[in-house]
Design a protein around this ligand. Structure first.
Ligand SMILES: Cc1ncc(COP(=O)(O)O)c(C=O)c1O
Length: 478
């Protein structure tokens, strides 16, 4: 016993016995000293010993029989199964089959991609973190912290809080041309959970799903995990090539599209392609999943209305997120559901995570309702607009007109296509130079048709851009 150790005496006794049983030093049926004997041997009071014995009895390490005293339990599983090896070699010492689901094996291991690690010039999915209205946000957080009551501790509404859903309804109707009622909105922890839920509700193992090629890598993992067949469909300057999709796989169950700002090449889906896609969905009984992840920021025209707003047949599942427009660690997004799918999404949600956490929703609802959200969007649109112009200008200066720059009309990234380069190799080298380039080739399911980089400008200041583009140019030239 160590009276100066931070662990309480009863904990030390408990740990000592448990360890001795688990590593086999004490065997089944072996008698342990009475609490009185142990107390006098250790020269401590009986109280911590009684507490430790009670815990060991409750957990089944000890058993006690009238007249026989307390013994190590006879019903402990095999020593090998009880023992808990720790450390890097632990799994090697385990025996017997350790089956896991085939579908979890279907996902490739997490790649330690060097360009994903950093914070700095060209980081994709990074917003102007330092420009966030911290004071306002903190005061709303404080307000809600102070008003936590017993009721706040209960599960929330599985669809999300009513207040936030109403605020989102007003916003998406006016800013995105989405047609919906608050009852159709489900709050989720970002687009990723929205895709997960949508896949669970709409796709069966073996269902085919169109994905833009090149497209959003993280969506592919969700579809693959659920056994869906990803069918890559090429994109061009008008967005997804619907005719090509119909030719390759007319009976797909769903199509995932980013019509406002195709990820990663940046095309805005043309009106005729939008209508063609909706027509196909209607005639083939398919669903359209619209990922509208960064459409708040458009620099050369007014925001383009959503595909959902054009749909007259309730075929579109619209996904919005606060990751780009506010910040990604918030982990809040929403799905606008066709009315007849609400009940199915609800039961699947209940089976999945019951309901979204309530605190962040309450803060965000106030942030929107008190006008801070629209003010922040206006400020960020100006800021990102400046950053994007600085980036386009620097790219032209360094690379001239020999390179293809696409997608800079909206969002917080653009794509630079280069000929005759190995973009992964350059991205690896660039990461050593604190330049965070996502290789364009990594967005392809099939053979990459383009090499180049996705360049984020959300978190790259105007002043940093010329030097960063200069570095990029010299890396490409090597
Ligand atoms: C195409 C696309 N959709 C959605 C997201 C946002 O995902 P989430 O809302 O899960 O943070 C991103 C983020 O980079 C994206 O690139």
């Amino acid at each position: 016993m160590d009276r100066n150790a931070p662990a309480a005496l009863y904990q030390q006794i408990y740990d000592g016995y448990r360890k001795a049983i688990v590593d086999g030093s004490l065997h089944a049926g072996q008698r342990v000293p009475s609490t009185r004997m142990l107390a006098s041997e250790l020269r401590i009071s009986r109280i911590p010993i009684l507490e430790a014995y009670a815990q060991l009895l409750a957990e089944g390490y000890f058993e006690s029989r009238v007249g026989a005293g307390t013994v190590v339990s006879h019903s402990l599983p095999d020593q090998a199964a009880v023992s808990e090896p720790r450390g890097p070699r632990a799994t090697k010492t385990r025996s017997g089959p350790r089956p896991i689901a085939k579908r979890s094996e279907s996902l490739p291991p997490v790649e330690n991609l060097p360009w994903r690690r950093g914070w700095g010039p060209f980081g994709v999915s990074q917003v102007a973190f330092e420009q966030f209205p911290f004071q306002i946000w903190n005061s709303l957080v404080t307000r809600h912290c102070r008003s936590i009551r017993a009721k706040s501790l209960d599960y929330g509404n599985p669809m999300g809080s009513r207040g936030l859903r109403e605020a989102i309804t007003t916003y998406v109707r006016t800013a995105r041309g989405v047609r919906c009622e608050p009852e159709q909105i489900m709050i989720v922890s970002g687009s990723q959970q929205a895709l997960e839920l949508t896949t669970r509700v709409l796709l069966d193992p073996g269902s085919s799903v169109w994905m833009e090629e090149p497209g959003y890598r993280l969506a592919r993992g969700v579809f693959t995990f659920h056994g869906a067949q990803v069918v890559p469909i090429p994109v061009d300057y008008e967005g997804l090539n619907v005719a090509a999709g119909i030719k390759v796989c007319p009976n797909a169950r769903a199509a995932l599209v980013t019509p406002s700002h195709q990820y990663p090449l940046g095309a805005t889906m043309s009106a005729s392609r939008r209508l063609q896609l909706l027509d196909w969905a209607e005639s083939s009984g398919s669903w359209v999943i619209e990922d509208d992840y960064d459409s708040e920021f458009r620099y050369e025209s007014m925001p383009i209305a959503s595909l959902q707003g054009l749909d007259r047949n309730a075929r579109v599942i619209y996904i919005g997120t606060f990751s780009k427009v506010l910040f990604p660690s918030l982990r809040l997004g929403y799905i606008v559901l066709p009315a007849d799918l609400v009940e199915r999404f609800l039961v699947v949600r209940l089976a999945m995570d019951i309901s979204p956490p309530t605190f962040g929703q309450a803060v965000l609802a106030d942030f929107i309702c008190e006008g801070h959200f629209s003010r922040h969007i206006r400020r960020m649109r100006l800021l990102y607009g400046e950053r994007r112009s600085a980036l386009m200008e620097s790219l032209r200066k360094e690379f001239g007109f020999a390179v293809d720059v696409t997608g800079g009309q909206a969002g917080m990234h653009l794509s630079l296509t280069l000929k005759g380069v190995d973009d992964r190799d350059i991205a690896k080298r660039a990461a050593h130079d604190n330049l965070w380039l996502v290789p364009l080739s990594s967005s392809y399911v099939g053979k990459p048709l383009r090499q180049g980089f996705i360049l984020g400008f959300g978190s790259t200041s105007r002043e940093e851009i010329p030097a960063a583009v200069g570095k990029l140019h010299s890396l490409v030239a090597i």
